[in-house]
Design a protein around this ligand. Structure first.
Ligand code: FAD
Ligand code: SIN
Length: 542
């Protein structure tokens, strides 16, 4: 079965939806998304979107802050473009119906601005403490009312359709003609062929035991792109958010960095502040510094959490600024206006990904990437808070313009592309065993490839992961295709790529800290960690 569209978009977060809205005038758009349409990291974003919209702020300052956080690996041209186009993109979101919090009440023209770590100005545009839900709502409203856009919820991309193209007979350069898509309801896989394909599949936080990410974040885009031969880079730079609510029984719940920007202080069990021992900006130091400081305090004290304390601040103000966080903490029997919040770090954001240029173009013709799945050069070795929604907005804008032009020059995909051929038949009871591998991967990544790494831990992780990945691949080949095994296979591959990247970087920089090479080494390592699959090497061996 083959279905044809001009533009195939995989993912319905901010990267995919804004690309769709900008392209819909240029042809038919199909958006594939593996769960319900709003289920994405975008929908859970709290703090907001960094943009220079006040007269006291400047592009130069936002550029400087981004580059400082990125620890020598940001690409200046990308940083300058993304920062300079921020205000335009914020106004475009407002035109699409996003209601940001205003400085002086609902009808004021002035946007309220928050502060987050690593920023030298108040420049975070937000919508209460649920910015992402408001953005996702407004974008989905627009998309659902557009006649050229078709949304396919509960459809999961399994593989990209990448083949040698007619124009490139040498076979060296390959083209993406769409993707093989599993209809989760029927279990059928069909080819969605397209002139242009966009990966907007988000991050991979779920390969770690503790993460702020929703369960969609299994690294599918990185895995599919890598298997298809695309360049991926900088995967060792997994960002850990310093403050998630400590509750061993529940999924990690983010306590926004905006809470520290509002004045909350970090304290140890005895009530003492500790951040000023680690950085001059104390609680507002960049995220990698705060996460490592908490990790160190926990290792020194043997405790399971530290405290984030808002109690000295006006309680009505707290409830008004952070109604969602206030409510969610109350559900855990913590009144944040009266008692400090127990917090721990958790995996939050993948700074590396599928390598793209400023126009979102990957190393495979016809394949674009935007949002967390991509690695554009904006974040370098560490992302500045609230720069990721901004990046997705700007890169999707450029990618849409580039894709519209490319589509004009591109013929419709051939009608004789290979059909999906993997046909596992064994209805295996083994799935019960294999499904346990998910938690094993999460645990080993958390234990051995976390905030602080070492050669020994990484080697151990690699050995264990190779065994798990082989068993998963074997099962994948024998079993009928299903959502769980597709995700698990992707998680195993991306975990392996992270380990391999971390083993390559023999220094400490930004989010990658290893006790064997504790110093930054600009002479040898001020460069990206680049991985690309050689076609004769199985993807499961790292
Ligand atoms: P997502 O929004 O994650 O969307 C990915 C989409 O791809 C989903 O629809 C998913 O279902 C779909 N998908 C994945 N795999 C497949 C597949 N195989 N087939 C089909 N569909 C697939 N950033 C900020 O800048 N500011 C913030 O305040 C902020 N707060 C955050 C708070 C939380 C709790 C989290 C988790 C992240 C936060 N971030 C924040 C980061 C930011 O939200 C994400 O990086 C950003 O939303 C990613 O957008 P995206 O479009 O790339 O991916
Ligand atoms: C937060 O609100 O702390 C998340 C912001 C981000 O990840 O950029």
């Amino acid at each position: 079965m083959q279905q044809t569209t001009d533009f195939l978009l995989i993912g319905s977060g901010i990267g995919g939806l804004t690309f769709a809205l900008r392209l819909a005038e240029h042809g038919s758009v199909s958006i594939i998304t593996k769960k319900s349409d709003q289920e994405s990291s975008t929908n859970y974003a709290q703090g907001g979107i960094a943009a220079v919209v006040s007269s006291g702020d400047s592009f130069a300052s936002h550029i400087e802050d981004t580059i400082r956080a990125g620890a020598g690996l940001c690409k200046r041209e990308v940083v300058e473009t993304v920062v300079r186009e921020g205000p335009y993109c914020i106004h475009q979101l407002i035109d699409w119906g996003v209601k940001f919090t205003r400085a002086k009440g609902r009808h004021s023209a002035e946007l309220a601005l928050g502060r987050e770590g690593g920023h030298s100005h108040e420049r975070i545009v937000y919508s209460s403490d649920r910015t992402g839900a408001e953005v996702e709502r407004a974008l989905l409203d627009q998309v659902k009312n557009h006649p050229n856009i078709e949304l396919y919820p509960h459809h999961q991309a399994v593989e990209l359709a990448v083949f040698a193209s007619d124009q490139q007979k040498s076979g060296r350069k390959r083209r993406c003609y769409g993707a093989y898509i599993l209809d989760v309801g029927t279990g059928q896989v069909s080819l969605f062929s397209s002139k242009i394909t966009l990966l907007a599949t988000g991050g991979c936080g779920h390969i770690y035991l503790h993460t702020t990410n929703p369960s969609i974040a299994t690294g599918d885009g990185i895995a599919m792109a890598y298997r298809a031969g695309a360049v991926v880079n900088n995967l060792e730079f997994m960002q850990f958010h310093p403050t998630t609510l400590y509750d061993p029984e529940a999924r990690s719940f983010l306590i926004s960095e905006a809470v520290r920007g509002y004045g909350a202080k970090l304290r140890d069990r005895t009530g003492k502040r500790f951040m000023s021992r680690y950085h001059a900006d104390a609680e507002l130091a960049p995220r990698d510094v705060v996460a490592r400081a908490i990790d160190r305090e926990l290792k020194l004290s043997g405790e399971s959490f530290v405290f984030l304390d808002l109690t000295g601040l006006n309680s009505d103000g707290i409830k008004k600024r952070f109604p969602y966080i206030y409510q969610r903490c109350l559900e855990h029997r913590i009144d944040i206006t009266k008692e400090p919040i127990p917090v721990v770090p958790a995996a939050h954001y993948m700074c590396g990904g599928v390598k793209t240029d400023l126009n979102g173009r990957t190393s495979i013709t016809g394949l674009y990437a935007s949002g967390e799945v991509s690695s554009t050069g904006l974040h370098g070795a560490n992302r500045l808070a609230s720069n990721s929604l901004l990046e997705a907005l700007v890169i999707s804008r450029h990618a849409a313009a580039s894709a519209a032009e490319e589509a004009k020059r591109t013929n419709s995909p051939p009608g004789d592309l290979p059909e999906w051929s993997k046909m596992g038949h064994e209805d295996s009871e083994e799935w019960v065993l294999i499904s346990h591998d998910r938690i094993e991967i999460q645990r080993l990544m958390w234990d051995y490839v976390g905030i602080v790494r070492s050669n020994h831990r990484l080697a151990r992780a690699r050995r264990r992961l190779n065994l798990i990945a082989s068993a998963i691949e074997d099962f994948y080949l024998r079993a009928p295709i299903a959502e769980g095994i597709v995700e698990l296979r992707n998680m195993a591959l991306v975990a392996g790529l992270i380990i391999r990247s971390a083993e390559k970087r023999k220094e400490s920089r930004g989010l990658h800290y290893t006790t064997d090479y504790p110093e930054r080494d600009d002479r040898r390592w001020q460069r990206d960690t680049v991985l690309r699959r050689r076609s004769n090497v199985p993807t499961i061996i790292i």
